[in-house]
Design a protein around this ligand. Structure first.
Ligand code: R5P
Length: 291
């Protein structure tokens, strides 16, 4: 099996290759033509091989690079291509909220799977999106990686900043054997949210060390508001953990102003990247190769 890391996921791809028993690992050559069109070239002997192509699609360029790499791998004669998209961009537009909008997640699924034999991703905004793929598609979870990290910290309570994260925080709480609850979130616009405690909070946050658990940290608005609310209610220590750390603009600095420790997995490169999903992705790939 060969592992190829696109420019958005080089470090994670290398970690995955190590988890796969030091599978041959390569980085494609990329450049821009004078008219700014993208050029990629994969190296190595891929003919008749199983190839794992790893590329998060955080930007439109990342997505385009992935499409070109898939075609290059097929042209190079790979037997099967397993496409790993650690952070699947556009996944949050997983339905038509207003007339005239696309279901962007579905549109991307269709294109990502085009030259793939199977797709592996991590913590989609909604697991329902997996049903948009017509090829075998699998979702690894960032929760075990974050749980391995949080297990070493002294924590009293886990909190999800919104109801959408209930399954996630519940699973993390089971792994860490901690109590949990979810806040109420109202999104005002793409950068502002309003948070409140639910009407029945199972336990007081007074004097507690709390970890906020989310799937994505993007503008940081959710975590900043959640941390402020919990502090107001008497929490003494707040940390924040997510699978996908986008940390747009000055999000990381704004979060660090109100939160002690910030943790994310390595689905995207960022200053909070402290846990790796490589073992969890490799486990799925190993099953795919055999089965
Ligand atoms: C929302 O449903 C997600 O779970 C995250 O809470 C959200 O994407 C975080 O965005 P931001 O960091 O911009 O508040």
């Amino acid at each position: 099996m060969h592992v190829i890391g696109g420019t958005a996921s080089t470090a994670l791809a290398e970690r995955i290759s190590r988890e796969l028993g030091n599978a041959p690992f390569g980085i494609p050559f990329t450049k821009r033509f004078p008219d700014d069109e993208m050029y990629v070239r994969v190296g190595g002997r891929l003919e008749g091989e199983d190839v794992v192509l790893v590329q998060s699609t955080r930007t439109d360029n990342d997505f385009l690079e992935l499409i070109l790499l898939e075609d290059a791998v097929r042209e190079a004669g790979a037997r099967r291509t397993f496409v790993v998209v650690p952070y699947f961009g556009y996944a949050r537009q997983d339905r038509r909220f207003f007339p005239g909008e696309p279901v962007s997640a579905r549109a991307l699924c269709r294109h990502v799977e085009l030259d793939a034999d199977a797709v592996v991703t991590v913590d989609l905004h909604s697991s329902q999106t997996l049903t948009q793929f017509t090829k075998p598609a699998f979702e690894a979870s960032g929760i075990p990686a974050i749980a391995r990290l949080l297990a070493e910290r002294s924590l009293d309570l886990l909190v999800s900043p919104d109801k959408g994260g209930v399954d996630r925080v519940r699973r993390m709480a089971q792994l860490l054997d901690k109590p949990w609850f979810a806040l109420e979130k109202r999104r005002i616009d793409s950068e502002h949210v309003e948070l409140s405690l639910p009407s029945s909070v199972p336990m007081s946050v007074e004097g507690k060390n709390v970890a906020l658990i989310d799937d994505v940290i993007s503008t940081g608005g959710t975590i900043v508001e959640a941390a402020k609310l919990l502090k107001k209610k008497g929490a003494v220590g707040i940390s924040a953990a997510c699978t996908h750390g986008l940390f747009l603009k000055d999000a990381f600095e704004r979060i660090k102003a109100v939160v002690g420790d910030v943790y994310s997995t390595d689905t995207l490169g960022n200053p909070a990247e402290k846990a790796s999903v490589a073992p969890d992705i490799a486990q799925i790939l190993q099953r795919l190769v055999v089965g």
